[in-house]
Design a binder for this molecule. Structure first.
Ligand code: PLP
Length: 435
């Protein structure tokens, strides 16, 4: 696979290059130079294959010879080692649960695949790969648990003290091995600034082999296509062919992967994006003006994004054509009040406990169904387990959440975190001293 930059279509880089330097210098994003088609016979018979077999087929179609088949199979077997089941709430509505991985959020798919690809491309004898990541909660856990024990890599996670939930903090700080947590006396933005400053520090870069686990890395996007195909396969075993996917969206990486799957030949009738009040994309689809705004804090905080970084990829796949986009994507925006009501409604109607992000997807799916009724399966994506968001869920509902076994096990483990002030010199000193 060769990739171009969305800002320079004459540029060509290898997959390996795009994995280690996730951002082209022209500030575009990497995209495959052409989107390969999955063998139509494979799609016709997709219900015969397992999740891992499907993941391999899709990855192999995209990557070609970048990773030889036997190695790619091993990477997939190791990375995609948990299910993404489709569960029906009623005859026409189902939820695709993406939270059965180690950090209980869909970001596990991206992080696990990317970490193994990075490990694979890091030749023996190479300098240790130093992954720096700032997190407001979910990304850090997925990256920590994704890279845990991956040879040749070390991860440093910066998180804002007091601003992540208990389960999230435990996932960040109880690992040891090649994972280090820095508890920053500041905000998420402060963490992000420290990390960005490090990437731009030439002295530091000459000492350490730094890389980012950024959500725009192409190796995080690719594995997110797998579960769209797998969901389709599960529906097909039930004789269902027409599907609408509704995706709770922040940076638009998840729905972007769905659209990539569609462009590779997956038959999807329509996509719906649900957002919180950070509604840059819904406003764009309405009036054609892309006007990013500073992000606003909401209950669905993993979607508090004012300028969704993956949107340019979607625009690129749709040739910057607003009408073409509108034919395939609808979007709806919801307030925190809407979100709370939806979480309560999901519990009282179906006995289903959803995290706030998932509740927004549910609302968007219901709105689309009202606006465009028809004979299709409405599948909304559940992006995280509710146990990660105790403050966003009403206590009457939250008390019924069953903690996954793994989260239970983290409870007794000691916290391993180093406190850090918002002070770049101190951060740099820490990195150089502890290697
Ligand atoms: C990251 C995240 C999202 C948003 O996904 P994007 O790919 O950024 O659109 C939604 N829900 C949860 C739980 C997340 O962690």
């Amino acid at each position: 696979m060769k990739l171009y930059s969305t800002n320079n279509k004459d540029l060509r880089v290898s997959f390996q290059e795009a994995v280690f330097n996730s951002l082209p210098t022209d500030k575009g994003l990497y995209m495959p130079e052409h989107i390969p088609q999955v063998d139509p016979a494979f799609i016709r018979n997709i219900q015969q294959y397992s999740f891992q077999e499907i993941a391999f087929e899709i990855a192999h179609t995209l990557l070609g010879e970048d990773i030889p088949a036997t190695d790619l199979k091993k990477i997939i077997a190791d990375a995609i080692n948990f299910d993404a089941p489709v569960k029906f709430l009623d005859a026409g509505t189902a939820v695709l649960e993406l939270f059965h991985g180690p950090s209980y959020a869909f970001k596990d798919f991206g992080a696990r695949f990317m970490s193994r690809v990075m490990g694979y491309f890091s030749q023996q004898g190479d300098k240790l790969l130093d992954v720096l990541v700032a997190t407001s909660g979910d990304t850090g856990g997925a990256v920590a648990l994704g890279f845990l024990g991956v040879e040749g890599t070390r991860v440093t996670i910066l998180y804002p003290t007091g601003k992540v939930s208990k389960v999230q903090e435990e996932q960040l700080t109880t690992n040891g091995q090649n994972i280090r947590a820095l508890e920053v006396n500041g905000t998420f933005d402060d963490c992000q600034t420290l990390v960005k400053t490090a990437f731009n520090d030439s002295e530091l870069n000459s000492e350490l082999r730094l890389t980012s686990a950024n959500s725009i890395n192409i190796a995080r996007l690719i594995p997110q296509t797998f579960y769209y195909f797998w969901a389709y396969a599960q529906l097909k075993t039930q004789g269902i062919q027409d599907v609408v996917f509704t995706v709770p969206s922040g940076n638009f990486g998840n729905i972007g992967a769905g659209l990539l799957a569609y462009k590779m030949g997956l038959p999807v009738k329509h996509f719906v994006a649900g957002t919180n009040v950070n509604d840059t994309v819904p406003r764009f689809l309405q009036n054609g003006q892309y006007e990013p705004r500073p992000s606003v804090q909401t209950l669905a905080n993993a979607m508090d994004v004012g300028n969704p970084s993956n949107w340019v990829r979607i625009q690129d796949m749709f040739h910057q054509d607003l009408e073409e986009l509108r034919r395939k994507i609808s979007s709806y925006t919801f307030t925190d009040e809407d979100t709370k009501r939806a979480m309560d409604q999901l519990y009282t109607t179906y006995g289903y406990i959803a995290c706030p992000h998932t509740a927004i997807a549910y609302l968007a799916a219901m709105n689309y169904k009202k606006d465009s009724p028809g004979e299709y399966a409405s599948v909304f994506l559940s992006t995280a387990h509710p146990c990660k968001f105790p403050d966003a869920i009403s206590s009457d509902v939250f008390e019924h959440v069953i903690l996954p076994q793994g989260a239970e096990m983290l409870r007794g483990k000691p916290k391993l975190a180093t406190e850090l002030d918002v002070d770049y010199t101190a951060f740099k000193k820490y990195l150089l001293k502890n290697r």
